[in-house]
Design a binder for this molecule. Structure first.
Ligand code: SAH
Length: 283
């Protein structure tokens, strides 16, 4: 346990030997962890973590054994089945297991599959949600995923399926018609195909797009572009995954809400990027 990190008084659950806590670590900034995640870090004796988990978070559990279960530095990724069975083995060995995943464990993170395997093997689990990159990552770029003047719904899409291709099951025409704001995870590799499909489905070429790479981390970068130039601008920008692509007029809000730019001394570019005046002051 790390004495320097204390939790407020509360009936915190105990991570018992033989249990696995499946926990979201948020998109990067350690400050975006939940208190349940911190409670888990303080008790785990083994942490199985993914590539997207910020190293600074692991430092908060100095005594726990750390097992890397992701893809980094060109090494092949651990197979999902192997990871799940490893968790079963660790639990059966009586360890206090923390399975730490980037963002939220149940959002495009295969957390549902892992948890199911654990339960099928009789292992007790607790699920600790986290802040997903498609919400919190965009907030760090000054983009609200919903805004009354823009959208009444938001669609979260994965740009990859299990084969690594653009998911064939996605009905881009329906997504295009039904959702004013589309938030794409894992979309960098297939950005050109995604843009083409949306344009073919009738989305305007001038539609605003923001790409947020390394959101909430010290290396966060944001590219502002438009749908018909998105793929070439991404390629020219050399932005690297992980990145979230936000398609829709919500991206314009960054012009007034880029709070990190404002912290660095930049003035807001446009106080009214949606052209709505100041409705709250007009009664
Ligand atoms: N469970 C995670 C998503 C895992 S899928 C979550 O809820 O956020 C991996 C994808 O998430 C990446 O390809 C990228 O699209 C997105 N992602 C995760 N962390 C990110 C970050 N810090 N910045 C931008 N995108 C991120």
């Amino acid at each position: 346990m790390t004495d320097s990190i204390s939790l407020p008084a509360h009936h915190w659950p105990a991570l018992e030997p033989g249990w696995v806590w499946l926990c979201g670590a948020g998109p990067g900034d350690p400050g975006l962890l939940t208190l349940h995640a911190l409670n888990a870090l303080r008790q785990a004796d083994v942490i199985v973590y993914d590539a997207l988990v910020d190293e600074r978070i692991l430092d908060w559990a100095p005594e726990a054994e750390k097992i890397y279960a992701g893809k980094r530095g060109g090494k092949p990724s651990a197979k999902q089945r192997d990871i799940s069975l490893r968790l079963v083995d660790l639990a059966r060995a009586g360890r206090r297991v923390l399975r730490l995943k980037g963002g939220d464990p149940f959002v495009f993170g295969r957390g549902g599959e892992e948890a199911q395997t654990l339960v099928q093997h009789g292992v007790r689990v607790r699920i600790i949600p986290g802040i997903s990159a498609g919400i919190g990552g965009l907030a760090y770029a000054g983009i609200p995923v919903t805004h009354r003047d823009v959208n009444q719904s938001v669609t979260f899409v994965t740009g990859h399926d299990q084969s690594g291709e653009t998911p064939a099951s996605l009905d881009w025409a329906a997504i295009s018609r039904g959702s004013q704001v589309i938030v794409i995870y894992m979309g960098m590799k297939h950005a050109a195909a995604i843009a083409k499909a949306l344009l073919a489905a009738g989305r305007p070429g001038a539609e605003p797009v923001a790409v947020v790479a390394g959101a909430t981390t010290p290396t966060q970068q944001v590219l502002e572009t438009r749908l018909d130039r998105m793929a070439e601008d991404i390629a020219a920008s050399r932005l690297e995954p992980p990145a979230i692509i936000c398609i829709g007029r919500a991206a314009l809000m960054r012009q007034v809400l880029d709070w990190q730019g404002q912290l660095a001394g930049e003035p807001p570019r446009d106080l009214d990027p949606l052209g709505r005046g100041r409705p709250a002051e007009q009664g």
